[in-house]
Design a protein around this ligand. Structure first.
Ligand code: AP5
Ligand code: MG
Length: 211
């Protein structure tokens, strides 16, 4: 089963993708997490992309498509995957269409105002999990429940970068939805509900439409 999770910044893509991947025993693939890993470890790729991430801009296509292809070509993706953060524009969608057929494209809908509130309280972990000071706090302050690492604020959770990320989402990513609608694999869920309620909506979409 190949699933893409869309949604504005802070809508809970990462939070939900991780839950779905765990429930269906699929790998969770996040382009943002892959880029942050390389940035933190100062790899050749990390050095090339760090500026784009901190400024809230898209990483150039050639680098992004290459990263996605090499991750989705791994043996653990043979039975499917939950993809978060890709594709974000027309060129990426064309590339994805040339390598895979998708079963579900699910968008978590949330207003920009609510998205900004979510991001301003977010604490991230290097393992990819996200927490929220108010809505989803870790059991031990500042430490990840799953891996025990210290939680941090993301560089791009600053007002200017958030504004830019949301604008790119509306102008470049949302127009892609029409194509998934035409293929009849596009579903919208209400992201303003609690984490568990959003998760239940997504599970319902998957179980009622599985082919
Ligand atoms: P990426 O890491 O994908 O960031 P993003 O798109 O900005 O999305 P976020 O991770 O900020 O939001 P999310 O929806 O995952 O929310 P979360 O679950 O954490 O990309 C980062 C950067 O990498 C890009 O800007 C770009 O530079 C580069 N990049 C990535 N992909 C690329 C691509 N394809 N092409 C080019 N460049 C690319 O939740 C947010 C907060 O809300 C958390 O605190 C969480 O605990 C809380 N929360 C979640 N759900 C709920 C709920 N239902 N109720 C209350 N609180 C909730
Ligand atoms: Mg995320």
């Amino acid at each position: 089963m190949r699933i893409i999770i869309f949604g504005p910044q802070g809508s809970g893509k990462g939070t939900q993708a991780e839950l779905i991947a765990r429930r269906h025993n699929l790998p969770y693939v996040s382009t943002g997490d892959i880029f942050r890993y390389h940035t933190k470890n100062e790899t050749e790729l990390g050095v090339k992309v760090s500026q784009y991430l901190s400024q809230g801009e898209l990483v150039p296509e050639d680098l992004t498509n290459q990263v996605v292809k090499s991750r989705l070509d791994q043996p653990d993706c043979v039975t499917g995957f939950v993809l978060d953060g890709y594709p974000r524009n027309r060129k990426q969608l064309d590339f994805l269409n040339s390598i895979f057929k998708i079963d579900f494209a699910i968008v978590i809908e949330l207003s920009d105002d609510e998205a900004v509130k979510r991001l301003s309280g977010r604490l991230a972990c290097k393992c990819g999990l996200s927490y929220h000071l108010e809505y989803n706090p870790p059991v031990k302050a500042d430490l990840c429940d799953k891996c025990g690492s210290e939680l941090f604020r993301r560089d791009d959770d600053q007002p200017e970068a958030i504004k830019k990320r949301l604008a790119i989402y509306h102008t470049e990513t949302e127009p892609l939805f029409a194509e998934f609608e035409r293929e009849d694999i596009f579903y919208r869920v209400d992201g303003s509900r609690s984490i568990d309620q959003v998760y239940q909506q997504i599970e319902k979409v998957i179980s009622s439409n599985k082919k």
